[in-house]
Each structure stands twice: as structure tokens, then as C-alpha cells.
Write a protein that binds this ligand. Structure first.
Ligand SMILES: [Zn+2]
Length: 413
């Protein structure tokens, strides 16, 4: 859509003409203003101002219609009114709003299967099978990634489990894939393109083979899988572009899903990912709900240490804690912003905020975080600086529906 510059808008305001023309002009100008900064400002417009604009334009209509000279303009404006009303309804679905019945999507992150010499990234295959059984016994269904958009944008009355597997190790293909294939259990396999075909990793034939199933999605996990958060931006961008090109060469498309290597990203890198993908996953724990940032989706990391069955049962029953915002958005800490001033902003009508407790690992040790509860926000006061590489904060609460959880992660150089 062609957008008017400020000069053009001013010129329009100053045009001479009868009153009706003036009204028409002002209406057009108002609409131009709305569309000019559409993305940033439209969603922020209150319903009142939308209604005001619509009523103003609508009031002008009968007069315009009597003059044939204006009939075309009138029908265009009429179209715009319907468009505005439609977008207003749409804005409601994308606007952040507390949804008390939201059960969310719980994403699990696995890496290696039956590679027992790597306990921090491995799961024994018999334990993995038990995890799948527990999910079924609890009557949770698996989310097919092809329905992710729909499930994410709507209130989930029943919680869904999303399996994700990072790095595409051969041990996934050899040990876990036969089980998932047999039971048609959906998942996203995140692939770093540089390692494909190397010793211990799946090759493109295997990746293409599994990608043919309609319950399998291949996600992008960068090219090099280096500590990209430390890269200067140009080098970061090159790494991502390379992975996208290799995806296109081998699969014919780039994925709409991305997962940050090590769950690490800076704000600038995250912004770049938003331009090239629809969703991005981190490695901070928590349950996905419709108010979560699409480019900071939480996952529970599962390995031998944290894979025991009692913990797993507790974990898959967790519900989301919804929030409006976490400040700061920059998750990469330098000396100057460590420790960060962390504020979690909740919704005005959200209950039980004061029941939330948090733990954080500043100074290299887990401890109860000092929280200041305000009306609809919690300020987290850290007692000292976070140590490299990661600063983590996990918060939980219990209400009538069960335990709820969210976490956030900072990365340090
Ligand atoms: Zn990885």
C-alpha cells in the first residue's frame, strides 16, 4: 500500500474546497495516519479511537452518497470501514489479554538418545519410551507442528505436548525415530546445517526421509552452532543466511521454526530471526501460552539428570504463568547491565500474582530471589552479578488448577 509522507498529508489538509470535500479529506487523512504507522500504532490504538474514526467516516457517508462525484470515494471508505472493523476484531486476537482458561503448549527438548557417555544431553531410550507412556497416561495429546499457529493463537482448553529434538544426532535416527515413526508421534527436529553428514550426525538423505512424514517438521538451528551470541552481527547474519540457503537446496524450503543454539541470543539477533522465521525456541523452562513472545518460546530441557520419572510427571503437568511483558527485552548481559533490573509485568485482572515465588542463580548459586510485588508487576532484585555463561530465573506458583511455571534466561559473555 502506498503511504503518504507527512508533506503530502499537510498538502491535503490545506486544499481549498467545499465543506464536504474537507470532511472527505480529513477522513482520508485520518485513515492515512492510521495506515502510515500501521504496524506499530494500529494495534496500540484504543477501541475508543478506532470507534471514533469509524463513526466520523460513517457520518460523512450519506452526504457523500447523494453526490455521485463522491460515490466512488464513499465506497472506498465503506470498504475501509469494514476493513477497520475486521482488523479491530483481529487486533483482539493478537492483543495481549489474560486468558484464565489457557492450558498452553508444553515443549520438551531432547538431544541424544542412548549415548550414555553424554549424560547432560542424553536420555536412555527405555526412559524416553516411559516419558511417551506417561504423556499418554495423563491424556495429553502431542501437538503436530503443522497446527502450531492455530494452537498458539487460540486459548488451549487442553494442554498439548510438543516434542523437539535438537542437533539431529545419528542416535536420534537410530534409537528414537523408529519409536516415533511407529506411533506417528509428531515432533520438530532442529538441524544445524554445518554438521549434517558428519560423524555422529544424520545426513541429508535421512533428514529428507523423515521430513516426508506429515507429523515431522525440520527446524533451523543455525549453520555453525557456535556461540553465536558473541558474534558480531554481520557474522551472525551470514551464519543464518547460510543455513537458510542450505535448507532451500536440500529440502526446497526454509523452516518457519528456529531454535537458538544454546538458547542464547541478543536483542538484535532476535530481531533478525523475526524477519526470517515465524517462531523461535530458547532453552529457558516454561509452558508456552498465547501471550508468550513468538521468538522466545520456552522449552523444558530433558536429559538423564533431569529426566527421572517423578520429575517428568510433575513437569508435564505444569501450567503456564501468563504475563504481559518481561523487561529488559535484551537478554545478553554486559558488565554495564549485569545484574539487570528485571520487571515482570502482569495483566490488570490477573489473580494470585503475590503467590509467585522465584529462584535465581546470581553469583553462581541458586537462591530465592527477592521480589517486590506491585499492583500488576513484580520487580526482581538480584543480590549480585550473574556469572558466565548463564543467568537463570525460574518462577512458580500453585493455584486451584495446579502448579504453574515460567523461566527466563540471560546470557553473559
Ligand atoms: Zn543445539
Amino acid at each position: 500500500m502506498a503511504l503518504a509522507t507527512d508533506k503530502e498529508i499537510l498538502r491535503l489538509v490545506n486544499l481549498p474546497g467545499p465543506r464536504l470535500t474537507k470532511i472527505l479529506q480529513i477522513s482520508v487523512i485520518l485513515i492515512f495516519f492510521i495506515f502510515k504507522n500501521f504496524k506499530s500504532s494500529f494495534i496500540k490504538l484504543s477501541k475508543f479511537s478506532l470507534l471514533f474514526v469509524c463513526l466520523l467516516v460513517y457520518d460523512c457517508l450519506p452526504a457523500m452518497i447523494t453526490k455521485t462525484i463522491f460515490s466512488l470515494a464513499a465506497s472506498i471508505i465503506k470498504f475501509i470501514i469494514f476493513y477497520l472493523f475486521f482488523l479491530n476484531a483481529y487486533a483482539d486476537t493478537v492483543n495481549k489479554k489474560y486468558e484464565p482458561y489457557e492450558k498452553g503448549i508444553l515443549a520438551l527438548m531432547y538431544h541424544r538418545f542412548e549415548e550414555n557417555k553424554y549424560p547432560s544431553t542424553n536420555i536412555k531410550i527405555n526412559i524416553f519410551q516411559k516419558h511417551l507412556d506417561i504423556i499418554k497416561e495423563n491424556n495429553f495429546s502431542f501437538l503436530n507442528p503443522k497446527n502450531f499457529e492455530l494452537e498458539f493463537n487460540n486459548v488451549s482448553r487442553e494442554k498439548k505436548i510438543l516434542l523437539t529434538i535438537d542437533d539431529a544426532f545419528s542416535s536420534f535416527y537410530l534409537n528414537a525415530w523408529p519409536i516415533l515413526k511407529r506411533d506417528k508421534i509428531p515432533f520438530i527436529l532442529f538441524v544445524s546445517t554445518e554438521s549434517v553428514g558428519k560423524n555422529g550426525y544424520m545426513n541429508w538423505n535421512e533428514i529428507i526421509e523423515i521430513s516426508k512424514e506429515d507429523f515431522v517438521f525440520i527446524g533451523n538451528h543455525s549453520h555453525s552452532h557456535e556461540y553465536l551470541v558473541k558474534y558480531e552481527f554481520k557474522k551472525f547474519r551470514e551464519d543464518i543466511i547460510k543455513s537458510i540457503n542450505i535448507f532451500k537446496e536440500n529440502l526446497g524450503y526454509n523452516s518457519k521454526f528456529f531454535s537458538y543454539p544454546f538458547g542464547e541470543y541478543s536483542l538484535k539477533q532476535k530481531k533478525y530471526i523475526t524477519e526470517n522465521f515465524d517462531y523461535a525456541f530458547g532453552q529457558h523452562s516454561g509452558v508456552i501460552d498465547l501471550n508468550k513472545d513468538k521468538y522466545e518460546l520456552p522449552r523444558f530441557p530433558i536429559n538423564e539428570k533431569y529426566g527421572d520419572l517423578e520429575r517428568f510427571k510433575f513437569l508435564i503437568n505444569l501450567l503456564p504463568i501468563q504475563y504481559k511483558n518481561i523487561i529488559p527485552e535484551e537478554k545478553f548481559l554486559l558488565k554495564s547491565n549485569n545484574p539487570p533490573d528485571l520487571i515482570i509485568e502482569f495483566f490488570n485482572n490477573q489473580l494470585y500474582i503475590n503467590k509467585i515465588n522465584c529462584f535465581s542463580n546470581e553469583g553462581g548459586e541458586w537462591k530465592a530471589s527477592k521480589l517486590i510485588y506491585e499492583k500488576n508487576r513484580i520487580k526482581v532484585i538480584f543480590s549480585e552479578k550473574f556469572l558466565p555463561r548463564r543467568g537463570r530465573i525460574n518462577c512458580s506458583m500453585q493455584d486451584k488448577d495446579g502448579w504453574r511455571w515460567f523461566g527466563t534466561q540471560f546470557t553473559l559473555n
